[in-house]
Design a binder for this molecule. Structure first.
Ligand SMILES: CC(C)(COP(=O)(O)OP(=O)(O)OC[C@H]1O[C@@H](n2cnc3c(N)ncnc32)[C@H](O)[C@@H]1OP(=O)(O)O)[C@@H](O)C(=O)NCCC(=O)NCCS
Length: 152
């Protein structure tokens, strides 16, 4: 398993993962291509590969002291193997290395899998946003303090 910067060759796999993982809210191939090409200077796209195949990814923005985890997803057939944990760990150390002090994210109140993942990594709830998603669901805003994160 490896986690590395996404390349233009990953756009197709990431588009498919978006459709599977965020139905109704998925980002388009064009948007992903622009993000991967580096045309959004604050955005980093990380691909996770198992045996050369892209089976997960994370997208994070880093703006001075605040990083935001915008996306993390793992292909359904590869879930519950610790891959999302590895992706978030990668994002955490990268954001800390770039000088971020906090990592924020929004997660649907009903997304038990993701909420359990973030709780196990030490994220804490700091806010709630009602009707945040297109389907009217509430978002829970979580934060991880990056001050004590080891980074290379
Ligand atoms: C959420 C998601 C990224 C988790 O990916 P994953 O690779 O299966 O997660 P991991 O195997 O790294 O799980 C780490 C921990 O998270 C928790 N967790 C993950 N999936 C869970 C589930 N379905 N139910 C309960 N807890 C879960 C567990 O604590 C797990 O540790 P354990 O397996 O030792 O018990 C994946 O389910 C996914 O892609 N979902 C769709 C997209 C999504 O909702 N992304 C998050 C948006 S905020």
């Amino acid at each position: 398993m490896t986690v590395a910067a996404a390349t233009p060759d990953d756009v197709e796999a990431l588009t498919q993962l978006e459709l599977e993982s965020f139905p109704g809210e998925s980002w388009t191939a064009d948007y992903l291509r622009v993000a991967i090409d580096g045309q959004m200077p604050t955005i980093r796209v990380r691909s996770l590969r198992v045996a050369q195949e892209v089976v997960g990814y994370a997208i994070v923005s880093v703006v001075f002291e605040v990083a935001e985890l915008q996306r993390v997803a793992v292909a359904p057939a590869y879930r519950r193997r610790g891959l999302a944990r590895a992706l978030v760990a990668d994002v955490v150390s990268m954001a800390a290395a770039e000088g971020a002090e906090r990592l924020l994210l929004e997660v649907a109140e009903s997304n038990a899998a993701a909420r359990a993942l973030y709780a196990s990594l030490g994220f804490v709830e700091i806010d709630r946003r009602e009707r945040y998603y297109r389907d009217g669901a509430t978002a829970v805003v979580l934060e991880l303090d990056l001050h004590n994160v080891e980074h290379g």
